[in-house]
Design a binder for this molecule. Structure first.
Ligand code: SAM
Ligand code: SF4
Length: 331
């Protein structure tokens, strides 16, 4: 193994790996998957825990310091807390994070915390039960809110709410979300709606972070957090003046942050992707299952990193491409 970080042609060092552990989900969020869902792969195609752990260890050897477990919905994968315990035990891994829709957190929050998950992101796009049903095609609003409460009780060092903002759907709730964050001293990240395969994206439904910020600033003072300048990352974070709540904006569409991107993605079936919108897959499962040496797998990972583009295409092209379903890539 070469003792070199995973650096691409634009000098970006890759220290963050997002691992999708399943493409299955117990919700059907309109913005995430096509109306008829996606065709699921046979289970045998999905990486086993041993394979995920093997690859994760290799990535950590290559300089990855943060892993996020995601999906689909990671908590529908049986015994995912066991996987998390194996991952958090990897020497030199600094952060184990997980993104979930929260439905199963009532039962899973404590086991996940015990397994070493420190950073939990929970998705919630509305504070109204009927809207939740409309966007997700499921009736699990109460479980999600209970899941958030449970996660807060359990005491994760970081709990954040992810909210995808869509005009005409939940843009009228931005101020309510800030009140919700204030009441629970939460961190909320408002995410710009991105176009994926048949996910209903249109200019009309898109709301930029600046528009969101203007609405919030009509009532609150937002104080920029220093981390905006100090730490490369996708979010523009602000303290809501006078309380503990913080608000962040993920500005993938209106102000891309590709220059600072340190992320790689591993799909549930073991393909490495160097960008959320990337077109190329690097099949690490095939290598693993054919008994390829660690050196060959490392070379493939390095090739994927080297081939990463400087920045993702602009909105028009992304809308045109629509080659992926978010649920299939791993958000
Ligand atoms: N099921 C989990 C969840 O919903 O949190 C994890 C997987 S989900 C694909 C990861 C994140 O991607 C979620 O916060 C979700 O809101 C976000 N997401 C999905 N589709 C999106 C889109 N079209 N635009 C912006 N964010 C999206
Ligand atoms: Fe499932 Fe998460 Fe996609 Fe919603 S956003 S459909 S919860 S994977």
């Amino acid at each position: 193994m070469k003792n070199l970080p995973l650096v691409d042609n634009y000098k970006r060092v890759h220290t963050y790996l997002r691992i999708s552990v399943t493409e299955r989900c117990n919700l059907r969020c309109r913005y995430c998957m096509p109306p008829n869902g996606i065709e699921l792969m046979p289970r045998a195609e999905i990486l086993t825990f041993v394979e995920i752990e093997t690859l994760a260890k290799l990535f950590v050897e290559l300089g990855v310091r943060k892993i996020r477990v995601t999906g689909g919905e990671p908590l529908v994968r049986k015994n995912v807390d066991e996987l998390c315990a194996r991952l958090s035990a990897i020497e030199k891994l600094e952060t184990l994070a997980l993104t979930t829709n929260g439905i199963k957190l009532g039962e899973k929050a404590q086991p996940l915390r015990d397994a070493g998950v420190s950073h939990l992101n929970i998705s919630l796009d509305t504070l109204k039960a009927e809207k939740f049903q409309h966007i997700t095609f499921r009736d699990n609003f109460k479980e999600t809110v209970r899941g958030i409460e449970k996660a807060l009780q359990v005491g994760f060092p970081s709990v954040k709410i992810n909210t995808v903002v869509m005009k005409g759907f939940n843009d009228d709730e931005l101020l309510d979300f800030v009140d919700f964050a204030k009441a629970l001293s939460l961190k909320i990240r408002f995410i710009e709606y991105m176009p994926f395969l048949e996910n209903g994206w249109s200019e009309v439904k898109f709301m930029s972070y600046r528009e969101m910020k203007d609405i919030i600033e009509s009532k609150h003072t937002l104080v920029p957090l220093l981390t905006n300048e100090m730490v490369p990352g996708p979010a523009k974070d602000f303290q809501v003046k006078g309380c503990e709540a913080t608000i962040g904006f993920i500005t993938t569409m209106s102000e891309h942050f590709c220059g600072d991107c340190n992320r790689l993605r591993l799909t549930a079936d073991g393909k490495l992707r160097n960008c959320l919108f990337g077109r190329d897959d690097f099949d690490l499962k095939r290598l693993l299952r054919s008994g390829a040496s660690t050196d060959i797998i490392e070379d493939t990972i390095r090739s994927a990193v080297i081939l990463k583009w400087e920045k993702h295409p602009d909105t028009e092209e992304l809308v045109e491409m629509q080659s992926n379903a978010m649920v299939a890539i791993g958000g």
